[in-house]
Ligand binder design. Structure first.
Ligand SMILES: [Mg+2]
Length: 403
């Protein structure tokens, strides 16, 4: 028996209700429902729900539950609600800047620095493609004519990639060569042979360029605690600048015991939403570097509060951007103001690719740094033609006038 169709049903007279119907290939129909923000739920069901269930055996309930729970487990408070709040908050700060004719960093309290060091996350142009099985390891792109297929590069010619980044002034890069091994067994174990293969890019980069570039090891929350400890022990010889999201972030005590097991600084986590999500991480000493994502964790308003919490524990922040041009812009303004901003993430394939297709005004990376922008607000605009793109779905809600 296979699942072949998913329907969702919303009713105007019951505006917070939503029903779901699952159809099998032999004609059975299963019904369910939930309540509140039904359009957001509908969207999620037809996106991740459909990708998880269609074509599958409906009776493997625990397997589907685990798969569907994996993403919210990694969301750690950055729910649909918090991500919507984040987008709205960033737009409000942009308006604040435009209304006062000042850049956002000035509204936050002015410049602590006039430039921020950036590092390249070695994703390719298509890294944000369709979600699904093997997301991290199969969205490799190719060794095409484009110059920044950096995911393919770190798996296939890491030494040349490191040299390319150094030639552009980058002092740090981030790679994730262990991910595809985790996808084979749910991250429960890494064999010595796979460990050796995952270490190869680190080894080749160090052999080629020595200590000229820092390497961050990204584990994407994919591993069990013992497997993550095994990886970090093996990585210690290569002195990564940090090891990121080694295990899922929903058990700060487990992360704290990971941190005690390794000499590599622990960076966590873009997957944590709001200051309440970060509180126990700080209190238990579970991390060394706070990676916050401004448009996932609650916007500029919340990101500055989380950064201030980190500051009282003498911890730096390293804002996340593998997201979009307005996230990067918001991060740049935060980094100009925050005393404890360490380094800003960028993806050169995105900055030279789709960010430029949809927006104008993002500052360039110059010799490994981004300088303070001086236009009002975020200083980045959505290109008007984006509204008219054939792939654009534009929905507008206007103020209801009560007469
Ligand atoms: Mg990350």
């Amino acid at each position: 028996m296979r699942l072949v169709q998913i329907d969702t049903i919303r009713l105007a007279n019951h505006p917070r209700a939503i029903f779901v119907a699952l159809h099998t290939d032999d004609g059975l129909v299963g019904y369910g429902e939930t309540y509140d923000t039904p359009e957001a739920v509908e969207s999620y069901i037809h996106d991740r729900g459909a990708a998880t269930l269609l074509g599958k055996d409906p009776l493997a309930i625990d397997k589907h539950w685990d798969k569907l729970h994996r993403e919210p487990r990694l969301m750690m408070g950055k729910t649909v609600e918090v991500r919507a709040l984040s987008a709205l908050d960033v737009a409000l700060w942009d308006l604040f800047g435009k209304a006062t004719n000042l850049p956002v960093w000035q509204l936050l309290g002015g410049l602590t620095r006039d430039k921020i060091r950036v590092y390249n996350t070695c994703a390719g142009y298509e890294y944000q493609g369709e979600w699904g099985e093997g997301y991290h390891s199969t969205a490799k792109g190719s060794d095409s004519q484009h110059p920044y297929e950096d995911l393919y590069a770190f798996l296939n010619h890491p030494a040349e990639l490191a040299k390319s980044l150094i030639s552009e002034g980058y002092s740090q890069m981030k790679i994730w060569p262990f991910d595809h091994f985790a996808e084979q067994n749910g991250g429960t174990h890494i064999s010595l042979q796979d460990l050796k293969k995952g270490l190869e890019p680190f080894k080749k980069i160090r052999e080629a360029v020595g200590d000229q570039i820092e390497i961050a090891a990204e584990l994407h929350n994919l591993w069990s605690l013992p497997a993550a400890i095994r990886i970090s022990k093996a990585l210690e010889d290569y002195k990564p600048v940090w090891i990121e999201d080694p295990i899922p972030m929903d058990n700060p005590r487990a992360l704290a015991s990971f941190r005690e097991s390794t000499s590599i600084p622990v960076c966590a986590s873009e997957t944590i939403g709001t200051r309440w999500g970060f509180r126990e991480m700080f209190e238990l000493g579970a991390l060394d570097i706070a990676m916050l994502d401004v448009t996932w964790t609650g916007g500029i308003s919340e990101a500055r509060k989380i950064a201030t919490m980190a500051e009282v524990y003498s911890l730096p922040v390293a804002p996340h951007d593998c997201v979009g041009p307005f996230t990067l812009a918001a991060n740049i303004h935060l980094c100009m103001n925050l005393p404890n901003a360490m380094v800003q993430e960028v993806v050169r394939a995105f900055m030279s690719g789709w960010y430029k297709d949809v927006s104008v005004g993002l500052p360039e990376v110059i010799n490994g740094y981004i300088h303070a922008p001086h236009n009002p607000g975020l200083g980045v605009q959505l290109k008007p033609e984006v509204y008219k793109r054939s792939d654009a779905v534009v929905r507008t809600t206007t103020e209801k006038v009560i007469s």
